[in-house]
Design a binder for this molecule. Structure first.
Ligand SMILES: Nc1ncnc2c1ncn2[C@@H]1O[C@H](COP(=O)(O)OP(=O)(O)OP(=O)(O)O)[C@@H](O)[C@H]1O
Ligand SMILES: [Zn+2]
Length: 571
């Protein structure tokens, strides 16, 4: 103890000098970036007030926006998911800069840590502040907005049920343990950007009455060596002090990406620390971990292991009905002209491919325009303006082209029809809404080659090819979208030939030529069979197309009902 204090006494002048240098650097940096803090929503007014004078707008990776005007400097600390900045740049005299500002960021962050640590050491030596307490004060959970599952539109009903059931287990782990169910430790939400994953995490926390700790995966990767790992530890330690708690990490792919792709010792360390914390055992009682990503395929398998991630939910883009729900949620507190109110159903139908965030920003944009132009209600012209702005340059454009939409509906109806005809009751869902790269219908994975007969396998090939076949029958030729299907069919045919799973009995082929010929034969056979089935079930097929165009998503029973109903009429 004595020698300890002697050492720290020697260190004090050095430490103080260091603190001064760092503080000066931070001061210089922050004065460079200081300004009046304004909310995101008043950026436009601030710029407008410059009456056409040049404004410099610098956006940082973290969403902070620095606005340099002749009137002075302004800062907005948080950029919501909104296209406003892009609009402003087009509209006003703005010089726009994007800055990933890592060096300054590191510097200031590093500085804060060093100052914090030295201060803590000094204060601790003086007995002025307990370490635990000072740490605690930085460990606030975020006050939750009053979000419930009801405020999230477009979630499939069965998903809501499943989530609620899962939460029941979390709420009452003892009872669940008695019936042999283990409470989940982690949940993964994946889906396209802006579909409400963050909202869902907040709603879950609220449902559990838990404190909400939230961070973005990218926040752990832009730091000094070892800092990422210690921030992870800090996050979990903080949450453990305030259970029940939900720890939410958005963009988790930045943190838990596949290791080899990821590279870098630092990234590796951070991920390892996350895994260690997730495995915290009884320490993690009362903690639910929720991660969100747009890129599930990028995640490391070790991260996805049960015990770390126990449930995975796909949060899809909303279909027509879902978009109507989201529209209702986001118009609840808005004053709309009567003709706008009357057009909301049509709006839901004509915004295929829009995410919840895009729908929300649609109404924000429209209201701002109405306010700007002195109207008390959002009118049709405001809404049209906002729709045009949102569709421009967005991926939803393609699907709002009626021809493309029809092609996709025909393609997906092909898959769905053949599946419903050859394996009644096995269709899970048919949809024309894009999911990541692949359009629409996702066939249940075939893994049990050994449990399937040769005819069943050929039916499967037919089902896989049915999208392209339907396009050919109805539109003359198929689109490039078919290539993935063909690859999949080819793989299956190859497996069939390799394993001798053929309808004419076991056949073994030893020469590549024989094999190719056999595959070609089966391929043609499958195509023919598919054509026949589509022609035979023409009324059902066309009904499926119409239904998909209207509803965009049909669940398995709806598909089956259309197909069976037709069969009933035929009989
Ligand atoms: N399903 C939805 N229902 C209602 N509002 C939604 C929905 N999805 C998104 N929104 C609106 O968009 C905003 C952004 O959504 P959120 O941040 O939850 O999306 P996310 O899926 O987490 O996106 P990202 O992947 O970009 O992080 C929400 O605050 C909300 O206003
Ligand atoms: Zn297909």
């Amino acid at each position: 103890m004595k020698s300890n204090s002697r050492i720290s006494a020697k260190l004090i002048p050095f430490v103080i000098g260091f603190v001064i240098v760092v503080a000066a650097a931070i001061w210089a940096f922050s004065s460079m970036n200081s300004g009046k803090v304004i909310p995101f929503s008043s950026i436009e007014d601030t710029i407008k007030a410059q009456k056409g004078e040049l404004v410099t707008l610098t956006e940082k990776v973290d969403g902070t926006i620095y606005i340099d005007t002749p009137d002075g400097k302004f800062i907005s600390h948080f950029r919501p998911n909104s296209p406003l900045v892009e609009e402003l740049v087009q509209k006003y005299n703005i010089q726009y800069k994007y800055s990933d500002s890592s060096s300054a960021g590191y510097f200031i962050f590093g500085g804060i840590i060093i100052v914090g640590l030295t201060a803590a050491i000094i204060l601790r030596k003086k007995g002025g502040l307990s370490f635990a307490k000072s740490k605690h004060s930085t460990a606030k959970s975020i006050p939750l907005p009053t979000i419930t599952l009801k405020d999230i539109g477009g979630l499939p009903e069965e998903m809501k049920d499943e989530i609620l059931q899962t939460l029941e287990i979390v709420k009452d782990p003892e009872r669940s343990a008695k019936v042999g169910i283990k409470a989940p430790k982690g949940i993964l939400l994946y889906g396209p950007p802006g579909t409400g994953k963050t909202l869902l995490a907040q709603a879950i926390a609220r449902e559990l009455g838990a404190n909400f700790f939230s961070a973005s995966g990218s926040a752990f990767t832009e730091l000094f060596v070892g800092v990422g790992a210690s921030r992870i530890r800090g996050l979990f330690e903080n949450a453990r002090k305030q259970t029940p708690a939900v720890i939410f990490i958005d963009e988790v792919d930045a943190l838990a990406g596949k290791r080899k792709q990821h590279g870098g010792e630092e990234a590796e360390k951070t991920l390892t620390e996350l895994l260690v914390q997730l495995d915290g055992g009884h320490q993690n009682e009362g903690i639910l971990f929720i991660a969100a990503t747009n890129r599930k395929d990028m995640l490391d398998d070790a991260f996805l292991r049960p015990g770390r991630i126990d449930f995975t939910f796909n949060v899809p883009l909303p279909d027509t009905k879902g978009r109507k729900e989201i529209i209702d949620i986001h118009t609840k507190n808005k004053r709309l002209a009567d003709n706008v109110i009357a057009s909301l159903d049509t709006l839901a139908e004509s915004t295929t491919g829009f995410s919840g965030a895009q729908i929300s920003s649609l109404f924000e944009m429209a209201s701002r325009k109405a306010v700007r132009e002195g109207r008390e209600e959002v009118g049709m012209e405001d809404l049209d303006y906002a729709i045009d702005r949102t569709i421009l340059g967005s991926t939803s454009r393609a699907l709002n082209d009626p021809e493309t939409k029809r092609r996709v509906a025909i393609h997906e109806s092909g898959h769905a029809l053949i599946q419903a005809v050859t394996k009644p009751g096995s269709v899970r869902k048919a949809t024309i809404i894009p999911r990541g790269q692949a359009l629409g219908y996702v066939a249940p994975l075939q893994q049990e080659l050994h449990l399937t007969t040769a005819s069943e396998l050929l039916n499967r090939v037919s089902m896989i090819l049915a999208g392209g076949v339907a396009e050919r029958l109805y539109l003359g030729e198929h689109s490039v979208g078919v290539s993935g299907d063909v690859q999949q069919a080819k793989q299956l045919l190859e497996d069939m030939v390799d394993t001798g799973m053929l309808q004419d009995g076991f056949t073994l082929t030893f020469h590549k030529q024989d094999k190719d010929a056999k595959m070609q034969e089966l391929f043609q056979q499958a195509i023919q069979q598919t054509e026949q089935m589509i022609v035979e079930h023409k009324p059902a097929f066309e009904q499926l197309v119409e239904a998909l165009l209207k509803e965009e998503t049909l669940d398995g029973t709806e598909v089956q009902a259309i197909v069976d109903q037709e069969t009933a009429i035929l009989i």
